[in-house]
Design a protein around this ligand. Sequence first.
Ligand code: GDP
Length: 482
Amino acid sequence: TTNDSKVLDTPRDTLIGGLLTADFDEASCLSRYQKSSLYRKPSPYKPSEYLVSKLRSYEMLHRRCGPDTKAYKEATESLNRDENYADKSLNGECRYVVWMAGYGLGNRMLTLASVFLYALLTERVILVDNRKDVSDLLCEPFPGTSWLLPLDFKLMKYPYGYDYNKEYPRCYGTMSENHSINSSSIPSYLYMHLLHDSRDSDKMFFCQKDQDLIDKVPWLIVQANVYFAPSLWFNPTFQTELVKLFPEKETVFHHLARYLFHPTNQVWDMVTEYYNAHLSKAEERLGIQIRVFGNPAGYFKHVMDQIVGCTQREKLLPELDTQEVEISKTKKHKAVLVASLYPEYSQNLTKMYSNRPTSTGEIVEVYQPSGERVQQTDTKIHDQKALAEMYLMSSTDKIVTSARSTFGYVSYSLGGLKPWLLYQPTNFTTPNPPCLRSTSMEPCFLTPPSHGCEADWGTNSGKILPFVRHCEDIMYGGLKLY
Ligand code: GDP
């Protein structure tokens, strides 16, 4: 093993094919430039020139409109007057989309990327709700400005409260159902409800007819917990642009996440220390992310059997050699990185493989950075561990993740890996087959609209475009880019 596999030995393509701007002070956010060395091989997916130039012009827009600018001040003042924006003369130069924090970290990263993509497509400025711990987790992505929404922003309660829901009078779905928004009556702000319980009227916000109205509204507040990027392709105007931005369709989250998300130095220390201590020396790394949904959650034998069944059947881990032959001379080291709230899964794998000969002669070492037992979203150190583990997971060569888990989605997509997906068990039994190999590295939009826009109304949303299809890892519905 050479030092080559350690994080920190830079020079590589640190700006990831121009995806990142060079306009940052390196020490303030080490991960921005060291991240590419976490992935020992450069990503086989290159961002398109069009995406790169779009990002550079977005950065200029954000600098013109960000907090602390005259444009931002004027735009927030317009909220006090709440005029009718059907009158074009009122339109300022900047329009905004505010991302609200909610749900687990995986959900947050998926929705941040989705909202940012929507901002790119509509030339809005994204501002993020920082009443929670975003700035303890992620560095600023845009140079010379900030993406954090000032805490005195009028439409957010401080301290945190769940201010918005479907019944809210400025909720877009509700207004469109009541016909209280039309081209002659455009409010100064709208609330977009893009959660698992959204109605069609909420979910169809991206369609052309809806966008004609929404586009004129200076402020959008988005509360989301699902990766809605796949549905944006149903709008023909967006689609034309998206095809140019992402000629490789399954790279949307991969590129956006590598552009937007840079763990803070505190989190990055956790990543690099763990990587250098346990993973850098292995010849091969396998990630296994185990999320147990449902109540009770915890350690279950049927899940353990599923993990062993999947990894051995797919030849990700060797079988044990029953003939007790000597450990082979090749002694190839394989590191298994386990992420789970429960430490028992890696403990059992360790027990299984430690000092035992395997059929391939490989030596299997198992590591699990944490076992937090319960989700404690919004506790700083807990969230930092979760983020560090997503990055460690994304650095592996092959990855197995739990169906439906946004934590898993972020991990494999960041890494540019097509995962093996562990089916969600029902009735406390091991699914058969235990897992399948995905053909796409995109996250799944778990609760998409059931049909398309205008002309495609009535067509199953998984059948409208050849590259937007139902997800493999959930029973029905779900949309994913392939
Ligand atoms: P999802 O619920 O699986 O879709 O993923 P989320 O990330 O949205 O929410 C789960 C949250 O539980 C994470 O953000 C963590 O706070 C915690 N969690 C779940 N699994 C793990 C894990 O393997 N490691 C760590 N450190 N935290 C986890």
